[in-house]
Design a protein around this ligand. Structure first.
Ligand SMILES: Nc1nc2c(ncn2[C@@H]2O[C@H](COP(=O)(O)OP(=O)(O)OP(=O)(O)O)[C@@H](O)[C@H]2O)c(=O)[nH]1
Length: 323
């Protein structure tokens, strides 16, 4: 979910940036062509076509991060070439290009790319016959450093927002919003690539009694302990979500031939480790449904819920698989 959000955000920035770049550069293609500066017009046109092709490829391939990095290197290389070829006339392009690099890649990466481009301009172009090299170094350093600070701060805020948007505040498990999004991704993954997932609803047994006997604060602590125990016994790509109250959803790629063994091991481990303050074990019932062709998020949850109902009816502390 977090990755998906990040990619969507990055893609929208890429589209915006490329639109601004194309609208900004195109008038110069015409101006330079009319002024008879064919080489500069061709370089500008190549920049536009390069940006459009890379953004289009990023859009369709969904390889957003890697293509953003390629575009960052591409526009920085482009500005170095155009300043070398066109001299002082294209000098001011350095500033918007340096600043937009911070939109494309991580702040540290953008800073390094800017430094390499800046040094290349100092070493290879002859613009410093006309303008002061010191002014160039000071102004570009100031620009890159301020952009670095701003972008780093923005990145931190973005991560914080993502966490608030996807994580349950009490337990630290992912929330329902993240679950819906991951279920949609799991369904399309199964339909397109045949990677099936298993969905289990985990419901703590007689949890009302825990609250009634030990108080709500202890109930909260039990929910937190449950998440800590469950997440430490699932695998890297398995995800635990708080569905509501004392109900959780586990979404796991169906990698093993014996998912029932995995589920029952998890159930017995939780039973061993999850206790009330005076050491009484707390059990969990599981309703499990694997992906089958034609599954939607709602029917998937419904099948798992029906299986959970059967597990409760069988006396709790067990796992029932939907057929
Ligand atoms: N402490 C605490 N309790 C909660 C929270 N959310 C829901 N609950 C409690 O969870 C309890 C759920 O009770 P029931 O739905 O009757 O389920 P149960 O007692 O576990 O019974 P079975 O599921 O049938 O085994 C209720 O007492 C809710 O108040 C929470 O965030 N913190």
């Amino acid at each position: 979910m977090i990755n998906q959000l990040q990619e969507k955000y990055q893609l929208s920035l890429l589209l915006l940036l490329s639109a601004v770049a194309v609208l900004g550069i195109f008038p110069f293609v015409v101006i330079r062509y009319l002024a008879g500066n064919i080489v500069a017009a061709i370089i500008d046109m190549m920049l536009i076509l390069g940006i459009i092709s890379l953004v289009a490829y990023a859009y369709y391939s969904k390889k957003i991060r890697i293509l953003s990095a390629v575009i960052a290197v591409f526009i920085n290389t482009g500005v170095v070439i155009i300043v070398i070829a066109n001299g002082i006339d294209s000098f001011l392009w350095i500033y918007p290009v340096f600043a937009s690099t911070f939109i494309l890649v991580k702040p540290v990466e953008a800073f390094c790319i800017n430094v390499v481009a800046g040094i290349s301009i100092v070493e290879l172009s002859d613009v410093f016959n006309t303008i002061s090299e010191e002014s160039f170094i000071v102004t570009t350093s100031m620009l890159s450093l301020s952009a670095f600070v701003y972008a780093s701060h923005g990145l931190k805020q973005f991560h914080l927002l993502e966490t608030l948007n996807t994580v349950d505040a009490l337990t630290g498990a992912f929330n329902r919003r993240a679950m819906r999004s991951d279920m949609t991704a799991a369904i399309s993954n199964a339909e397109r690539n045949g990677i099936k997932h298993l969905l289990a609803i985990l419901d703590l047994d007689y949890f009302k009694m825990v609250n009634d006997k030990y108080g709500h604060a202890v109930g909260d602590k039990v929910l937190q302990d449950f998440v800590t125990i469950a997440t430490s016994h699932i695998r890297k790509y398995d995800r635990l979500y708080r569905f509501g109250g004392e109900e959780f959803v586990l979404l796991i790629p169906e990698v093993s031939d014996q998912p029932d063994v995995f589920i029952n091991n998890l159930r017995t481990t939780i039973k061993k480790e999850l206790t009330t303050p005076d050491g009484k074990e707390i059990t969990v019932s599981f309703g499990v449904a694997s992906w089958v062709p034609g599954t939607t998020a709602d029917t998937w949850l419904q099948r798992a819920d029906e299986a959970l109902y059967l597990a409760k009816a069988k006396g709790r502390d067990c796992a029932v698989f939907s057929n």
